[in-house]
Design a binder for this molecule. Sequence first.
Ligand SMILES: C[S@@+](CC[C@H](N)C(=O)[O-])C[C@H]1O[C@@H](n2cnc3c(N)ncnc32)[C@H](O)[C@@H]1O
Length: 297
Amino acid sequence: MGAVYDAQLAPFLNRILHGDCREVLKMLPDASIDLIITSPPYADQRKNVYGGVHPDHYVEWFLPISAELLRVLKPTGSFVLNIKERVVNGERHTYVLELIMAMRQQGWLWTEEYIWHKKNCYPGKWPNRFRDAWERLLHFTKQRQFKMFQEAVMVPMGEWRHGRLKKLGQNDLHRFNSRAGSGFGKRVANWIGREYAYPTNVLHMATECYNRYHAATFPVELPAWFIKLFTEPGDVVLDPFMGSGTTAVACVRLDRRYIGIEIMEEYVRLAEERIAKEQPQPNLYTFAEGRADYEPK
Ligand SMILES: C[S@@+](CC[C@H](N)C(=O)[O-])C[C@H]1O[C@@H](n2cnc3c(N)ncnc32)[C@H](O)[C@@H]1O
């Protein structure tokens, strides 16, 4: 980041800005943010909980915000949107799908979709569906080339390799293309002797309720995973719906700089208290942190 951006961003860095992100975002300089990760208020038909938005108006409410996010994100940056459609009148509402289409029209690339599998969700019984145990993490970018550090989120290979990799068949020794003609292929022998593998796009993490004063927090490991994947130490991470400060906590632990925006003053205080308790040491580093495989073109 150049000196100009540093000077323009300095007043906002490592702070939770109290206000409506629809206004506060306008103050941030163009192309200055490396990663945006956020969980906006849920679409809600009930009266405002903390500014819940009616499902029928969700897209028109969000589009001016995503336009600002597009402006402030660097060309090599990523936007990760945690969202899940609600059930309205007995069926899933389509506002998330409509939002994806509208954001593509706005200029975003819908690069990937990650699934957060909530390992510890409450049991329940509904007449026409099962309990909801996952949420979307929509990954948007501005261009096909973006910062990504896959080694930073590698996972241990697991015990399966001791059996499977000992008994290799002919199809495992060379690249074996799928018989279904899908174009997918793999060479299983590539994994001999390796301790770590790349993860899938399904993240298995338990929900966390940090504080009884904020009901809709995500676990620290969720933003931490994307922060490691899409940024380097010192980069700037924005959460325009900061809530209890989870994204900021992950940034402090990972030595990234954060900018938070939160409309409710009590949540700003809650987030600040939480951040103050953090030791500024990178205790979420993985073995591979810092081994970049991204080369800007
Ligand atoms: C789902 S919660 C985010 C929770 C957060 N990820 C955490 O772990 O604590 C959404 C937050 O957005 C805030 N909010 C709602 N409308 C807002 C707006 N227009 N500008 C800024 N914050 C807003 C709410 O007060 C709420 O704290």
